[in-house]
Design a protein around this ligand. Structure first.
Ligand code: NAD
Length: 360
């Protein structure tokens, strides 16, 4: 199979972790006879340095023409990086929001899975962990508070900031359909998270999700308020299969779920549009504190590449192979610093990539 993949190394640890994911994909191609053509593109701080803006039209066009995009992470240290002296629309994160919008990536998928081998890194007590957990957070990505009108004004000498949270029924329906479709491939349960006791946007969310649920009689739907969901994630994470929620709630809950798994360096993600196209990236940021030191855990990016194989390229067996290789390396006791524990063998970014590629 021949495919075109746009690669975004990005900033901080981005180039290091993307190199390891590419190493693993190269091995998959070698073993399975596929051919991936890569085009490297710039986003975020790297693009600001080269072109003065965090995303150019040309970059967006290259991404659009590819079959999928694999990304590391973007951004720098907000306290010290000159990128954060620019106006907000020119900063690295603006490039990420713009590429998501430009590619119409409205559905963000983040698995939170507890590896048996990493149980020790999970901050929850054994009786809460139980048999472990395996959930998928489906977050709406292009609407809501982060994309609403915003302004800061002054009224009678008092500064006032206004952000707007709006959703229309079509935006809600398309993400709900994706959520129920994913639940059908898993344990057939959707927990829709909102704040319907307070927000109008949440009341519409709940109504539309209920309408969509009628087409999925085989999937159980439950509603949960976001504050309760934040508690339940640390009280009984095993109850969740697919969590379906809007942009800001999903942003916060998915980070909480990450922490519950024990390491942010293990968590992959996918952002999808209505076709097979998707942008795949680790859930973590660019970790400027450890950039360039061969310390970053590349597994989240390697697992993101596995999601790309599964969701955009329909290479399910190859995706299984990558996930199994990660598991084998963990079983053999190899760990990067973020997931290190007693009795394990410490490895750096490159060696972790080599070990996983060797298992393919
Ligand atoms: P971060 O995720 O980069 O780092 C948080 C902590 O986790 C740090 O201690 C870091 O060293 C550690 N960490 C993160 N990834 C790791 C990995 N793979 N292996 C080992 N340790 C890892 O979050 P932050 O410090 O809040 O943000 C840093 C920059 O990243 C900021 O500019 C932020 O805007 C950006 N960011 C980008 C994305 C993205 O590209 N999608 C997402 C979140 C944050």
């Amino acid at each position: 199979m021949k495919k075109n993949i746009a690669l975004i190394p990005g900033d901080g640890i981005g180039p290091e972790i993307v190199a390891e994911a590419k190493k693993v994909l190269d091995k998959i191609c070698e073993k399975c006879g596929h051919e991936f053509n890569y085009t490297e593109i710039l986003l975020g701080g790297a693009s600001i340095d080269a072109y003065g803006v965090p995303l150019t039209e040309e970059t967006l066009e290259i991404a659009k023409k590819s079959d999928a995009v694999l990304m590391g992470s973007i951004g720098g240290d907000a306290a010290t990086s000159p990128w954060y002296k620019l106006e907000p629309s020119k900063r690295p994160e603006a490039g990420l929001l713009a590429i998501r919008k430009g590619l119409n990536l409205f559905a963000n998928l983040r698995p939170a899975y507890l590896y048996e081998e990493l149980k020790a890194a999970c901050p929850l007590r054994d009786e809460i962990i139980g048999d472990g957990f395996d959930m998928m957070i489906m977050r709406e990505l292009t609407g809501g508070l982060y994309f609403g009108e915003r302004k800061t004004i002054e009224e009678d000498g008092v500064k006032k900031a206004i952000d707007t949270l709006s959703y229309d029924e079509n935006e809600i329906r398309r993400i709900a359909i994706k959520g129920f479709d994913i639940a059908r491939k898993r344990r057939h349960k959707v927990t829709s998270v909102d704040k319907a006791n307070v927000l109008d946007s949440s009341r519409l969310w709940r109504k539309v999700v209920e309408e969509v649920a009628k087409d999925y009689p085989d999937v159980t739907l439950e509603h949960m308020l976001v504050d309760n969901c934040a508690m339940q994630l640390v009280r009984n994470p095993g109850q969740f299969d697919v969590i379906l929620t809007e942009n800001m709630f999903g942003d916060i809950l998915s980070d909480e779920a990450s922490m519950v798994t024990g390491s942010i360096g293990m968590l992959s993600s996918a952002s999808l549009n209505e076709t097979k196209f998707g942008l795949y990236e680790p859930s973590h940021g660019s970790a400027p504190d450890i950039a360039g030191q061969d310390k970053a855990n590349p597994i989240a990016t390697i697992l993101s590449a596995a999601m790309m194989l599964r969701y955009s390229l329909d290479l399910d067996k190859e995706a299984d192979t990558v996930e199994a290789a990660v598991k084998k390396v963990l079983e053999a006791g190899y760990r990067t610093g973020d997931i290190m524990s007693d009795g394990c063998t410490y490895v750096g970014t490159k060696e972790m990539g080599d070990l996983i590629a060797k298992e393919i």
